[in-house]
Design a protein around this ligand. Structure first.
Ligand code: 3PG
Length: 210
């Protein structure tokens, strides 16, 4: 497995961040580091995404990626800014092909066996199961992953401290993604102590589950 994806496996959680002002990015990174989770997926849901990735990439300990990536231009902008991995909500063969060709780790969203087989065609071994809870949660993941023992999943969407342990205990789950410890209203309000606390709590729950 790619070494960035192995790092994500070691961390067990990918914080999914929507940030409205890149000025908050380095304090966000500090809070995640202090909470024990040196990782952030910065989503292209705001204009601040590229500048936030640049800020966070300055902190060497941080593993920073880009999420909600919908175009090849966004992949290029994210990588130029320092993103080390790419996440997309769905499976776009053009984006996946570009990332594979350029050896950029990508975990595209999948939600059914057809998507998984497209990922296998591109020789991916990790995909994002999205939106996890809305698509039936762990029950669905167990059913759709059964024929594909070679594939690992990052369930994202509706994950929280309540359902995190069950997902992490399922062997096909590499890690879980979620926004619950980095809610954008907490970032915008400068509540980094709260982010650190929620992050530490998430890390402890994940470690106990494994
Ligand atoms: C999203 O949809 O923003 C991400 O996949 C995270 O989902 P969540 O906010 O339910 O954790």
């Amino acid at each position: 497995m790619n070494k960035i994806l192995s790092k994500i496996h070691n961390l067990l959680i990918v914080p999914v961040v929507t940030i409205h002002d890149a000025k908050n990015a380095s304090r966000l990174a500090n809070a995640l580091l202090a909470g024990g989770l040196p990782c952030a997926e910065i989503t292209f849901r705001t204009e601040a995404a590229v500048d936030a990735i640049k800020e966070i990439a300055k902190q060497e300990e941080m593993l920073v990626g880009a999420g909600t990536v919908l175009t090849i231009n966004q992949v290029k902008a994210a990588v130029d800014a320092g993103a080390q991995f790419i996440v997309s909500p769905g499976f776009n063969p053009k984006i996946v092909g570009y990332c594979k060709k350029n050896e950029i780790p990508i975990t595209p969203g999948i939600c059914n066996p057809t998507d998984i087989e497209m990922a296998l065609d591109f020789e991916l071994d990790v995909v994002k199961f999205f939106p996890a809870e809305a698509f039936g949660g762990l029950k669905t993941l167990k059913a759709i992953s059964a024929p594909y023992g070679m594939m690992k999943f990052i369930p994202t969407g509706g994950i929280n401290t309540g359902n995190l342990p069950d997902y992490l205990q399922f062997p096909s789950v590499l890690a879980c993604g979620g926004s619950w410890m980095v809610k954008s209203h907490l970032i915008s309000a400068g509540r980094f102590d709260e982010i650190e606390k929620l992050t530490r709590e998430a890390v402890n729950i994940a470690k106990e589950a494994k």
